[in-house]
Design a protein around this ligand. Structure first.
Ligand SMILES: C[S@@+](CC[C@H](N)C(=O)[O-])C[C@H]1O[C@@H](n2cnc3c(N)ncnc32)[C@H](O)[C@@H]1O
Length: 287
């Protein structure tokens, strides 16, 4: 279906933010593990939406329900869909000011707290492009706290991709919500596909990254998730789940109907560059 998409836009849409735990590099293996057919596609830990964009590009007209608990991120999806021209103008303005004095401009925007949807979204995209390691991280008060990155010429306005994302979100039947993952259970029906990519269980003290929102993803959340997976299974939904290669997770899904496989992944977000190497993750499904 890629040809269908190229009729309306010249570039294939891809994640518009760099996000910790982003799945772009794992798309080939995730694709191999998708069921052949499914009803609505649910992605309740959306992040950068790597698998969403792959599915929307490959399956024209696919019905999707996407959500995340990070309200700034969810707002970015709706702003890109609904107000792309205003957003691009605002980003171009950030780019112009950044070129004049990157350091002071970066920190002035990091400290700012804009009210309008356009300014909030362009701030998120600007910081994501210019901050250290392209990492979204907030402190316990929910304040973005990443320092300036060392880039000579960051691509602040990736206009082609943003327009392409906007077009595909407008043309697809996609509902976008800010909500906790458990709300999915209420809507999902037999034959629907739910892909869960939650914040990972830490496999070591230095490997934990859970600051997508001011609420950490705790063991209680993981138990809620495991319970939800079995309820969705009883309803006849197809469930696919990614997580770290941790014993805790493997033990939770050791019984039928779960198939657990180890896959090799490369992670680029770790403050220690020597630790940004390949490692194993778990892929769990009930079909
Ligand atoms: C591993 S990331 C998803 C990455 C995504 N698959 C990608 O390709 O970029 C996990 C996401 O879960 C979100 N999240 C954390 N706790 C949540 C909750 N209780 N309900 C819904 N989303 C949550 C975070 O904001 C984050 O965006």
């Amino acid at each position: 279906m890629k040809q269908v998409y190229s009729q309306v836009s010249s570039v294939v849409p891809k994640p518009f933010v760099k996000w910790a735990g982003g799945k772009r590099q794992l798309i080939p293996i995730l694709n191999e593990n998708l069921p052949k057919s499914f009803g609505t596609y649910y992605e309740p830990f959306l992040g950068g939406g790597a698998l969403l964009f792959h599915i929307l590009t490959d399956r024209n007209g696919q019905k999707c329900s996407i959500s995340d608990l990070n309200s700034d991120l969810v707002l970015a999806y709706t702003t890109i869909r609904n107000r792309i021209d205003d957003l691009i103008s605002s980003l171009k303005n950030h780019e112009k000011n950044y070129r004049k004095d990157s350091k002071s401009y970066y920190y002035s925007i990091r400290e700012s707290n804009p009210r309008s949807e356009i300014e909030k979204t362009s701030r998120l995209l600007f910081l994501n492009r210019t901050c250290f390691n392209g990492l979204y991280r907030v402190n316990s008060k929910g304040k973005f706290n990443v320092p300036l990155g060392r880039y000579t010429n960051p691509n602040i306005v990736n206009e082609e991709n943003l327009r392409s994302v906007s077009t595909i979100l407008q043309s697809s039947k996609t509902s976008i919500k800010c909500r906790d993952f458990e709300a999915v259970l209420r809507d999902a029906k037999k034959g629907d596909l739910v892909y869960f990519d939650p914040p990972y269980q830490p496999v070591s003290d230095t490997a934990n990254f859970t600051s997508y929102t001011n609420k950490d993803f705790t063991d209680t959340d993981l138990f809620r998730l495991a319970e939800l997976c079995s309820k969705l299974d009883s309803k006849g939904c197809k469930v696919l789940l990614s997580n770290s290669d941790s014993k805790q997770v493997a033990d939770m899904f050791s019984d039928k109907p779960w198939n657990v496989s180890k896959i090799q992944a490369n992670r680029s977000i770790n403050s220690n560059s020597k630790k940004r190497t390949g490692h194993f993750e778990l892929l769990i499904k009930n079909y």
